[in-house]
Each structure stands twice: as structure tokens, then as C-alpha cells.
Design a binder for this molecule. Structure first.
Ligand code: ADP
Ligand code: MG
Length: 358
């Protein structure tokens, strides 16, 4: 009875506190940060990049502190020596706390309207490779940026919820989240991650592979932005019904001059085959580590692909062929984790236990 009363008082308190405050769900990704608001969906999606003046401490961000996100990504590989563009989460760990905090604060302020001084609650998803200390740092950054209460959640869990998978049941569900810096493969059951493989091979590694391929085959040096552009335009993991080609520009290594090159989808597929197969191997070893009852559930539920990498044509087919399981691509895979954080926010009472361990 007393416990029930305590619970409903707490609910009323939470409800009163939420009036006027805009709670936020945040996907702190290695490539992109997304901010989501209950009832509104995704309100911000920008690259997780910050430009800083080199050698300054604390870090000084150019353009009066505005060289964050899109502004900063435009600067990658185009900066003079005194400025560098940093991706603070590049390898799925928080490499630079101060820069992460600057970025988080900037994005939060960008979407927030001041509302009677009521501070919002936030659910922030973090890569499962982060340590307890780094999680605390993320929480502190969000508090410093104005949060009243911060919950962190592991990315694959938020992603599975965002993709509409039923993870609270005693039944296995598997997700593969292919982001920029990391791929996370997870089997979940009863709201928890049961088996996890986190590997530093994802979209960035594919871009690197394209750069190496073009250099080795054509003696042409291209930048990361061009590599990503051609990968997104014509990249694939399985032969296409109709192969296409794309024009890229770079610098001829021998002549030292700018040059154009027409490259085919078959060539890009060959270039990225090694990172793709490393992702498939991680999926297989995650399956191998999964207890038999849960593994057999996957014959019904299959595998769900999330993250930007899920958009590569033919990935679904090749993973299905290699694992023998049905593979689905989540609806709007790039926003699945962010949408999951908001679903958690909307049902915090119900999910408080699910979040406790994260
Ligand atoms: P993170 O969660 O690590 O921030 P995202 O899920 O936002 O990463 O995915 C970013 C990665 O997805 C980048 O490497 C990007 O190049 C890649 N990507 C985005 N769209 C596509 C696409 N249509 N085809 C292939 N790769 C894509
Ligand atoms: Mg992600």
C-alpha cells in the first residue's frame, strides 16, 4: 500500500516536472548524433564532429564555438594546420571528454527552447564499448548541458527497441548495428544484452578500403569524403541486377595533378568486401556464443540490421546466405537508435529496470 502510494506520488512528481520541459533522447554515435523529442521525432541529426584550434586547452572551437556538426564536417581534410576536425567518438570509445561535452552541449542548446527553467530528462545511448567512467562522463556532460536527470542506454538495446523488436520477453532477438566507427552485434532477451560482439569495423573502414583500392588500382589519391560519397552512391555487398558507375575526383599520385575517374559498382563491391566479411564473421561468432534456446528463437525472429551500414544494397542477402537466418533491415535504420531512446523516455516507469544496468 505504502509502496503503491510512493510509486504514484513519484509518477505525479515526474508528470509535474515534465510539464514545460522538453525531454530529449540522444543517440551519441561515432558518425552522427541524433536528438529526438517525444511526440516530435528526430529534431536534429548532425555529424559527430568538432573543429578545434590545435594546441589550445581548454579546446577552443572556431566560428565563435559554432564549428560543430555539419560546419565541422565540411572542414575535415580542408583545415589549415592551426585547426583540426575531431571525431570524439571515432572508435566507439570516448577519446576526448572535453570535446564530447562541447558537442553534446552545442546540440542540446540548439534544439532547446528555454521553458520556465524546468530542466529536461534525457536518455543518451552510448556504444557498448564505453567504460563505467566514460558513462559517468557522458552523464555529467548532459547535466552540465542542462539535464535534470540522465539515463544512459547501450546502443544495441535502444536500437532494438527503436526497430520495434520485442526485447522484454524471454525470447532471443538479434541486431547488427553498422555505424561509422563500430559495428555492434547483439542478441537480446528479457531486456538485456545476452551476447555482444563489438568490432571497430564499419562505415569508416569501408571508406578506407575504397581509398586503398583506388590508390592501388589507379594511382589516384582520394579523400575520405569522396570515398564515403562513392560508397553511398554505388556501394553494394551482393551483385546488382544492373551494375552502375560513378565519377570520382582525386589527385594523380605520379603527376601530382587533379584527375577524374569513372569507377564501377563491381569495383566498389570488391573494395569493401573485406570489411563486409569481417562484419559477417562477427555475426557468426556472436551466434556461436549464444545459448542454444535463444539461438533457436532466431529461426523465428531472424536478424535486424540497423545503422547507416544497413542501407548497403545486398547486405541483407549476403548475411542471410552466410547465417541461414532471415535478415530484415529496420525501417529508417539510421534513426532507429534515436527513436529507441525516445520510446524509453516515454515509458520510463516501465523501463527504469531495463535502464538500471546501463
Ligand atoms: P553511428 O551510429 O556510428 O554514428 P550511423 O548509423 O549514423 O553511425 O552510420 C554512419 C555510417 O553509415 C557512415 O559510415 C556512412 O557512410 C554510412 N552510410 C550512411 N548511408 C549509407 C548508405 N546509403 N549506404 C552505405 N553506407 C551508408
Ligand atoms: Mg549508431
Amino acid at each position: 500500500m505504502a509502496r503503491g502510494l510512493g510509486l504514484s506520488l513519484r509518477r505525479m512528481f515526474n508528470w509535474a516536472m515534465s510539464l514545460g520541459a522538453m525531454d530529449l533522447g540522444i543517440d551519441l554515435g561515432t558518425a552522427n548524433t541524433l536528438v529526438c523529442v517525444p511526440g516530435k521525432g528526430v529534431v536534429l541529426m548532425e555529424p559527430s564532429v568538432v573543429a578545434v584550434k590545435t594546441g589550445t586547452h581548454p579546446p577552443i572551437v572556431p566560428l565563435n564555438g559554432r564549428a560543430v556538426g555539419y560546419e565541422a564536417k565540411r572542414m575535415i581534410e580542408r583545415t589549415p594546420e592551426n585547426i583540426k576536425a575531431i571525431r570524439p567518438l571515432k572508435d566507439g570509445v570516448i577519446a576526448d571528454f572535453e570535446v564530447t561535452e562541447i558537442m553534446l552541449r552545442y546540440f542540446i542548446q540548439k534544439v532547446q527552447r528555454r521553458s520556465w527553467g524546468v530542466r529536461p530528462r534525457m536518455v543518451v545511448s552510448v556504444p557498448s564499448g564505453v567504460t563505467a567512467v566514460q558513462k559517468e562522463a557522458v552523464k555529467n556532460s548532459a547535466i552540465n548541458a542542462g539535464a535534470r536527470r540522465v539515463y544512459t542506454v547501450f546502443e544495441p538495446k535502444a536500437g532494438a527497441i527503436g526497430a520495434g523488436l520485442e526485447i522484454s520477453e524471454p525470447q532471443g532477438a538479434m541486431v547488427i548495428d553498422i555505424g561509422g566507427g563500430t559495428t555492434e552485434v547483439a542478441v537480446l532477451s528479457l531486456g538485456e544484452v545476452v551476447t555482444l560482439q563489438s568490432l571497430p569495423v564499419a562505415g569508416d573502414e569501408m571508406d578506407e578500403a575504397v581509398i586503398t583500392y583506388v590508390r592501388d588500382m589507379y594511382g589516384l589519391e582520394i579523400g575520405h569524403r569522396t570515398a564515403e560519397e562513392v560508397k553511398i552512391a554505388i556501394g553494394s555487398a551482393y551483385p546488382l541486377q544492373e551494375e552502375v558507375s560513378y565519377e570520382i575526383r582525386g589527385k594523380d599520385i605520379a603527376a601530382g595533378l587533379p584527375r577524374r575517374l569513372e569507377i564501377s559498382s563491381a569495383e566498389i563491391r570488391e573494395a569493401i568486401t573485406s570489411p563486409i566479411h569481417r562484419i559477417i564473421d562477427a555475426a557468426k561468432s556472436c551466434l556461436d556464443a549464444t545459448p542454444p534456446e535463444l539461438a533457436s528463437d532466431l529461426l523465428n525472429t531472424g536478424i535486424t540490421l540497423l545503422g547507416g551500414g544497413a542501407l548497403i544494397p545486398g547486405l541483407r542477402e549476403i548475411i542471410s546466405e552466410e547465417t541461414g537466418l532471415e535478415v530484415h533491415v529496420a525501417e529508417d535504420p539510421i534513426t532507429a537508435v534515436a527513436r529507441g531512446t525516445v520510446m524509453l523516455l516515454e515509458r520510463l516507469d516501465e523501463y527504469e529496470d531495463v535502464l538500471a544496468g546501463d
